[in-house]
Structures are given as C-alpha cells and as structure tokens.
Design a protein around this ligand. Structure first.
Ligand SMILES: Nc1ncnc2c1ncn2[C@@H]1O[C@H](COP(=O)(O)OP(=O)(O)OP(=O)(O)O)[C@@H](O)[C@H]1O
Length: 311
C-alpha cells in the first residue's frame, strides 16, 4: 500500500448476518487531493463501507488503509473528518456550543470554532439553538464538525440528503472550496447530476460490489455523433469507407458514429459531395446517469452470481 492514496481497500467485506452481505469484496483507491464520489442505490453498502473506513464497525474480511493507517487508529482518526448519518447534536445547545463540546472532546483549540463556522456560512446563526435550525443549517453544522480537526480527508455520507435544490447547490460549493489544496473528499450520493459536477473520480456500488470505477470521462466513454441522412443506405456505405470513423451502429433510422468530433465538418462535406442530404448531425454523450442505470440493470438481469446480498 502506498502513500499516493488517501483510501485503499482490498476485498473489504461486511456481513451483518447469514442473509445480509452489505459490502462484498470492495477494492477501491481514492487518490490524495481528489473528490471521489461513491454512488449507488439505497442499501447498496455505501454507509457500511464508510463506517468501516472510520473504524465504527469492523470488516468481516478484507482490509483498508486510511491515510496509510488502519481505519479507526488514533493516527488515522486525528487526520480524518467524517459526517456519517445524522450527527448527534444537542437540540437545546447553540450550534457553537455543540461544536465546543466536540472540540473539547477532540482536543481542538477554541479558536477553530469561529473559523469552521465561517467556512460553512453559519457564523451569524451560531448562537441559535440547534433545534431551531433548518435542514440545510443542520447539514452545515455537521460539515463544520467534520472540519474541526482541519482534516486531510473528509468522509461525507450523503451530504446533500434532505436538502432542497438551493441547499444542494450550496453544499456543492462548500465541497468545492474545501478541496482546494491538498484535502481529499470521499462522499456518497445517489444524485448523478451532483456527482458529475464535483467529483474527479467515481465508484459505483451495487449490492455491496464495486461495479465500476473511473473518471467521469472513463465511465461515460467516447462522445458520439448522431447522423440522420437520406438516402440512409448511401450515407452508411460512405461512412463505412471513412478511416476516421472508429465505430458505426445503425439505431432506429439514424447512424451512431464514434469518431473524433473535430472532423464532423469534414464528414458533412464528404456526405454532401456524395449526394447525401444530411438532416441531422449532432454530438451526443452518454450521461453518467445512463451509465449508472445500465450497470444497475445489468446486475438485476442476472449478473449477480453466488452468495450475495439478499437483505
Ligand atoms: N447494523 C445493521 N445490521 C444489519 N443490517 C444492516 C445494518 N446496517 C445496514 N444494514 C444493511 O446492509 C445493507 C447496506 O446498507 P447501507 O446502509 O450500507 O447502504 P447505503 O448504500 O448506505 O444505503 P442508503 O443510500 O439507503 O443509505 C442494507 O441491506 C442494510 O439494510
């Protein structure tokens, strides 16, 4: 295991009972300084994985290293900030006093309180009781708590859950700001649009298994060109003869081409000079959401073999 990774897991597994295999041999790598999106449907095993990474629960098999150390070791905990499930704040204490309790417990100096409250935009409401906070403010206080130790790694479980669109956008901005510099963020989500916007790399988990991992570009594959033209047969023969077209698929009256999109103009000219009338020539790209659903459906269609999650 090397120091280039903030998180490394090998065959990480958690079985809660004979019938519930929540995490099934997950091997993933989160590089230092990146925002890694851990996505999957409800019950896929995201929270369970995160709980293992901060040492809240022990794996049944496999192993993990967090900042090069065993999860939950004092050395690792001192450098990791986590927001996993609803943080347990006292409703009658103010936001600041809640943080003060935590800061004392963690041995963090008081002067950090104002800095983190400022960082999450809660400074002017920090004196109000936590119980009076909106959902967005509660999430922000959770984030402030995770930031107390100025951690190298932030582990955030569904940081936007329960937030309205404005709150989601706000949280996205915080995460972006927080990652400027060396900090690594490992966050879970089931919102592909959100993940698409903030994550450098993404891991997709389904039924406890990591079914894909990569950058957005790697997961979405190459961009395509959609071509409609008449007569379509002549267009097809023409396109087939072009060396720069890497792949051609006929799909519902249109041709789907994989090629360098810079050459679309050249393609258009060649078609026109071959007496083909081009009615549509548009770039298209698989969205992360499509990739995600394809993977999820592939598994549902029977790719899941052996003894897997049945919870
Ligand atoms: N303490 C527990 N005891 C028994 N089963 C559990 C426990 N915690 C989680 N599970 C089960 O493990 C599976 C994975 O749950 P987990 O909470 O890790 O998923 P998740 O991907 O975080 O889902 P969500 O998006 O709904 O939070 C589920 O079937 C869940 O019911």
């Amino acid at each position: 295991m090397t120091m280039d990774f903030a998180i490394e897991t090998d065959g990480l597994t958690k079985r809660y009972s004979e019938h519930i295999l929540a995490v099934d041999g997950v091997t993933l790598r989160v590089r230092r300084g990146e925002v890694y999106g851990f996505v999957g449907p409800n019950g896929a095993g995201k929270t369970t994985t995160m709980r293992m990474l901060v040492g809240l629960i022990r794996p049944s098999a496999g192993q993990a290293r967090v900042l090069g150390k065993p999860p939950g070791s004092p050395d690792s905990l001192a450098r990791v900030g986590a927001m996993i499930e609803a943080p347990g704040f006292y409703p009658f204490l103010s936001g600041r006093d809640n943080l003060r309790v935590m800061a004392r417990h963690a041995g963090v100096p008081e002067k950090r309180l104002d800095a983190v409250l400022e960082q999450v935009g809660l400074a002017d409401r920090a004196g109000d009781p936590f119980g009076t906070y909106s959902m967005g403010m509660k999430q922000r206080l959770g984030l402030a708590a995770a930031l107390l130790k100025d951690p190298e790694l932030l582990i955030l479980d569904e940081p936007t859950s329960g937030l309205d669109p404005e709150g989601i956008a706000e949280m996205r901005d915080f995460v972006r700001q927080l990652t400027q510099g060396e900090r690594t963020v490992f966050l879970s989500s089931h919102l592909m649009t959100e993940v698409e916007q903030i994550c450098d790399r993404i891991g997709i988990i389904r039924r406890g298994r990591l079914v894909a991992e990569g950058t957005l570009d790697e997961l979405r594959g190459q961009p395509e060109l959609h071509l409609r033209a008449t007569p379509i047969d002549r267009a097809r023969r023409m396109v087939e003869s072009l060396p720069y077209v890497e792949r051609l698929i006929a799909d519902d009256g249109k041709l789907v081409l994989t090629m360098d999109l810079q050459r679309a103009g050249e393609l258009n000219r060649q078609l026109v000079s071959a007496d083909v009338e081009v009615t549509e020539l548009t770039p298209a790209r698989t969205s992360l959401e499509e990739v995600y659903f394809d993977l999820v459906q592939a598994e549902q269609a029977g790719d899941v073999e052996g003894d897997t999650y049945r919870g």
